[in-house]
Design a protein around this ligand. Structure first.
Ligand code: NAD
Ligand code: ZN
Length: 248
C-alpha cells in the first residue's frame, strides 16, 4: 500500500481523527495562499496591510486589499479537498475539522461545525458596538476615506470578521481546537506551511498526546520529521484518492 492508501486505512481505524487545513486547501479553488511563490505575500507586506494599525491608520489601502479578496471569494467554489473532507466528515471518518482559512469553502462544500481559527470573511463586525453583519456591507469599492464602510446602527468602522495581526484568536475556537486535538488519535494537516502561530502548535500537541500525524503539503514544514505519513502532492488528488479507497 502507498502512503495515501495507508492514510485512508488509518482514517478507517481511527477513533477520533482531526483535520487541520490551511490556505493550501483552497489554492485549487483559485485563491492564492500566502507563502508559496505565487502567494499573496509576494504582492503585499501583510504586516503593513493586515493589521489593526493599518485599519486605523491607512483604512483606504486596507479596504482596497479586502475588496480584492472579497471579489476573488465571490467566484471561488469548493474544490475536491473541501468536497472530499465534507464526505469524510459526514461518513464519520473525520470527527473535527479545524481551518485557518477565512473563505468559508468548507461550509460551502457541506461541512458542519468547522472550527474557524482565524475568523471568516463572510461576515464583518463593528469596531465600536460589536454588532455582526454579512460581508456585503464591506464589499464596496473604497477610493477615499468617505467610502469606508460604517455600522448602520452606531456609525463605528466595520472590520472583516477575520483575525488581523495584533489581534487575539477567538477563545471559543482555541478551546474547541485544543480539546479536539488532545482527544485525537490521528491528526492530518492539509495545505499549511505551519508557520503561523498559535495554530501551528496543534500538530505538536497531537503528537505529544500519542496521535499519528499525517502531512499533505507541497512544501516542507517544521513538523515533517514527526509525521508518520508525509505526502508532498496536490491535496485535491490525495483527498479524492482517500475517499475512493474508503468507498465514498
Ligand atoms: P501558507 O500560505 O503559509 O501555506 C500554504 C501551504 O500550502 C504551503 O506550504 C504550500 O506548499 C501548500 N500548498 C499550496 N497549494 C497546495 C495544494 N494544492 N496541495 C497541497 N499543498 C498546497 O498558509 P497557512 O499555513 O494557511 O497560513 C497562512 C495564513 O493565511 C493563515 O492564517 C490563513 O488564515 C491565511 N490565508 C487564508 C486564505 C484562505 O482563506 N483561502 C488564503 C491565504 C491566506
Ligand atoms: Zn456599531
Amino acid at each position: 500500500m502507498d502512503a495515501v492508501q495507508q492514510l485512508a486505512e488509518a482514517l478507517r481505524a481511527s477513533k477520533y481523527a482531526v483535520v487541520l487545513t490551511g490556505a493550501g486547501a483552497s489554492t485549487e479553488s483559485g485563491l492564492p495562499d500566502f507563502r508559496s511563490k505565487a502567494g499573496l505575500w509576494q504582492q503585499v507586506d501583510p504586516m503593513k496591510i493586515l493589521s489593526m494599525t493599518a485599519l486605523r491608520r491607512t483604512p483606504v489601502a486596507f479596504y482596497q486589499f479586502y475588496h480584492q479578496r472579497l471579489t476573488h471569494l465571490r467566484d471561488a467554489k469548493p474544490n475536491p479537498v473541501h468536497i472530499g473532507l465534507a464526505a469524510l466528515q459526514q461518513a464519520g471518518y473525520v470527527k473535527c475539522l479545524i481551518t485557518q482559512n477565512i473563505d468559508g469553502l468548507h461550509q460551502a462544500a457541506g461541512s458542519t461545525d468547522v472550527v474557524e481559527m482565524h475568523g471568516s470573511l463572510r461576515e464583518c463586525v463593528c469596531l465600536d458596538c460589536g454588532r455582526r453583519y454579512p460581508s456585503d456591507l464591506i464589499d464596496v469599492e473604497v477610493n477615499t476615506e468617505a467610502d469606508i464602510p460604517h455600522c448602520p446602527e452606531c456609525r463605528g468602522v466595520l472590520k472583516p470578521s477575520v483575525v488581523l495581526f495584533e489581534e487575539a484568536l477567538p477563545v471559543d475556537a482555541i478551546e474547541r481546537a485544543v480539546a479536539a486535538t488532545e482527544q485525537s488519535d490521528l491528526f492530518v494537516v492539509i495545505g499549511s506551511s505551519l508557520e503561523v502561530g498559535p495554530v501551528n502548535q496543534l500538530p505538536a500537541l497531537a503528537v505529544h498526546g500519542g496521535a499519528d500525524l499525517a502531512i499533505i503539503n507541497l512544501d516542507s514544514t517544521y513538523m515533517d520529521r514527526h509525521a508518520r505519513w508525509l505526502i508532498r502532492e496536490k491535496a485535491g488528488a490525495v483527498v479524492t484518492q482517500i475517499c475512493q479507497h474508503l468507498g465514498l
